[in-house]
Design a protein around this ligand. Structure first.
Ligand code: PEP
Ligand code: MG
Length: 591
């Protein structure tokens, strides 16, 4: 028996949705419409050209409405993504602009769509927030659908698959992923995408293993090839040899057992082997994610990202609209905590979309708290909604991207002025709520002892902290390999923040993605972080990891980790001390 066939190939991607499966590959060819013709039209055909565009938009809307209607119940919480696509179809930035471009330039509808959408795509791509950057892919997908309907090309039809397969595609849109029939699809592999792409998020909530960002999967895998998708290790094995197959069959059985156990135990608290309770909270963007928080055993909301409502509508949400949402979340979670983060975008751009006010370097621009401090009317509307909702539950407020003392000082002044005006108006609200700041800019780490005197808690945003500390754009694929939470500089920064929080006796937790990866848990616990917040689907694995380690050992191991010079050095110490624990839980490709 050979361990490997000659044709066995291992492809490397990202461990975006855990689980392991073996099956036949089913390639989806969805490159869309690449070649678009440009031609000029005479004025007398302008109306019929515009009509052609409107018909294509209507057809696209009908298709998406049908998908929403037919979405299986277990995926309903994701139909808002498709609803957003429907809204994008009639957005004036897209719909009116295409008509305007046809009219002004007398060009065909396809070319106008291409032009308008590539401008929009650029605009979203350059936004500082990864969530907003991901919307660039939504726009591309909406564009692809309208374009297909304009030129009459075929779209892929996920519903037509009639055997249990592993989907392999260049990329998958939320509409396509939402149509996945669990009885027919075992796993997903894509060339593009990442941990935060919709495909990965949906795959995670369906419990399907997914490995995106493989780069060349659609080149290397042929239809009907046998493939293994290891969503834990982020690898895909094409045409596995007999030994590999046997090894993986054993791993699947073991992983299934493990999964059943961890999801059952997830309702219980996470206690280390030496008796420390670690609080596990969840990150949400919308109240409709609460079901997932409860199902996975989340003990509060450690990060309520409030950008979604600002992005999804053509005007800023009203105070009452926000109040109702925040109140609903607070009441549902009470008495557990709900930490509401104030707006973290450059809303100006999200709304106007003008190319003229494009910042050269948006990640370093008028973002988050900087934007809010310059737009008091926007900021105070949200603060009013938060303070009013705080009367209904255990709400704290979190200011993003604080980089100096003045920003906290000003933000707190706005908060107290807002409370004064609510009091004058005799509104029901709560004045004394805990105030926290995101520590995600290196200057905030350096000034942590000064900032700590002003707040009740720190929330470490490793997604941005890594980006700013290591000078790595978190959305840039070319430097993605350097974006590593195990970089010694990142670990030392977290230590510095945790030490300050301890000496100043304020709370500290981590809400960046680093906290959602179970293999990072021994380091975080060892650094003294005893509260974590993450996407709800990661809670069972993280709680399980916590139950397998002791604070004492973690602290000991961190003493060696903190002196490592490289990411590899950190990884080695971690594997020396916890390799057996990771292998038992199948987090490494070998066991
Ligand atoms: C972070 O930066 O780590 C964080 C949690 O915030 P966001 O990902 O929303 O920027
Ligand atoms: Mg951030």
């Amino acid at each position: 028996m050979t361990d490997k066939t000659e044709s066995e190939v291992t492809l490397y991607g990202i461990n975006a949705s855990p689980g392991i499966c073996i099956g036949q590959a089913y390639l989806l060819y969805n490159e869309g419409v690449d070649v678009v013709e440009k031609y000029f039209i005479s004025k007398k055909y302008l109306n019929s050209e515009i009509k052609r565009f409107k018909v294509a938009v209507k057809k696209t809307k009908d298709e998406l409405d049908k998908i929403i209607k037919e979405t299986p119940i277990e995926l309903r919480q994701h139909t808002h993504i498709i609803e957003t696509h429907v809204m994008m179809l009639k957005d004036k930035l897209m719909y009116d602009k295409v008509i305007e471009t046809c009219t002004k330039e007398l060009i065909n509808a396809e070319w106008a769509v291409k032009k308008v959408l590539s401008n929009l795509h650029e605009m979203f791509k350059n936004m500082p927030d990864s969530y907003l950057q991901a919307r660039a892919s939504d726009i591309a997908q909406v564009a692809g659908r309208v374009m297909s309907n304009l030129v009459g090309s075929n779209k892929i039809d996920v519903t037509s698959i009639n055997k249990k397969v592993i989907l392999v595609a260049h990329d998958l849109s939320p509409a396509e992923t939402s149509q996945i029939n669990l009885e027919k699809v075992k796993g997903l592999v894509t060339d593009l995408g990442g941990k935060t792409s919709h495909t990965s998020i949906i795959a995670h909530s369906l419990g399907i293993p997914a490995v995106p960002a493989v780069g060349n999967a659609t080149d290397k895998i042929k239809n009907d090839d046998i493939i293994i998708v290891d969503g834990n290790a982020g690898i895909v094995i094409v045409n596995p040899g007999e030994n590999t197959l046997i090894r993986y069959q054993k791993r699947i059985a073991k992983y299934e057992q493990y999964k059943n156990k961890i999801s059952f135990d997830s309702r219980l608290k996470a206690k280390t082997t030496d008796g420390f309770d670690i609080r596990i909270m969840c990150n949400i963007e919308q109240p409709d994610e609460l079901g997932l928080v409860f199902a996975n055993g989340g003990e509060g909301i450690g990060l309520y990202r409030t950008e979604f409502e600002y992005l999804c509508s053509s005007s800023f949400p009203t105070e009452d609209f926000q109040f109702e949402k925040y109140k609903h979340v607070a009441e549902s979670l009470s008495p557990n905590p709900v930490i509401i983060r104030t707006l973290d975008i450059n809303g100006d751009k999200a709304l106007t979309g003008s190319q003229d006010d494009k910042e050269t370097n948006p990640a370093l621009g008028l973002r988050a708290i900087r934007y809010c401090l310059e737009r008091p009317e926007v900021f105070k509307t949200q603060l009013r909604a938060i303070l009013r909702a705080a009367a209904s539950g255990n709400i704290s407020i979190l200011f993003p991207m604080i980089s100096n003392f003045d920003e906290i000082y000003k933000a707190k002044r706005f908060l107290s002025e807002t409370a004064d005006s609510l009091e004058k108006e005799r509104k029901v609200f709560k004045r004394d709520i805990d105030i926290g700041i995101m520590i995600e800019v290196p200057s905030a780490v350096v000034l942590a002892d000064i900032l700590a005197d002003e707040v009740d808690f720190f929330s470490i945003g490793t997604n941005d902290l890594i980006q700013y500390a290591l000078a790595i754009d978190r959305g840039n694929k070319d430097v993605a390999h350097m974006y590593n939470p195990l970089n010694p500089a990142v670990i030392r920064m977290i230590k510095q923040i945790a030490d300050v929080a301890k000496s100043k006796k304020i709370k500290v937790h981590i809400c960046g993605e680093m906290a959602a990866d179970p293999v990072n848990i021994p380091i975080l616990i060892g650094l003294g972080i005893h509260e974590l917040s993450m996407n709800p689907q990661s809670v069972p694995e993280v709680k399980n990891m916590i139950r397998s380690i002791s604070v004492k050992d973690a602290e000991l191991s961190v003493q060696t980790i903190i002196n490592q010079k490289t990411c590899e050095g950190v990884k080695k110490v971690l594997m020396d001390n916890y390799g057996k624990v990771f292998a038992d839980k199948l987090y490494t490709a070998t066991d």
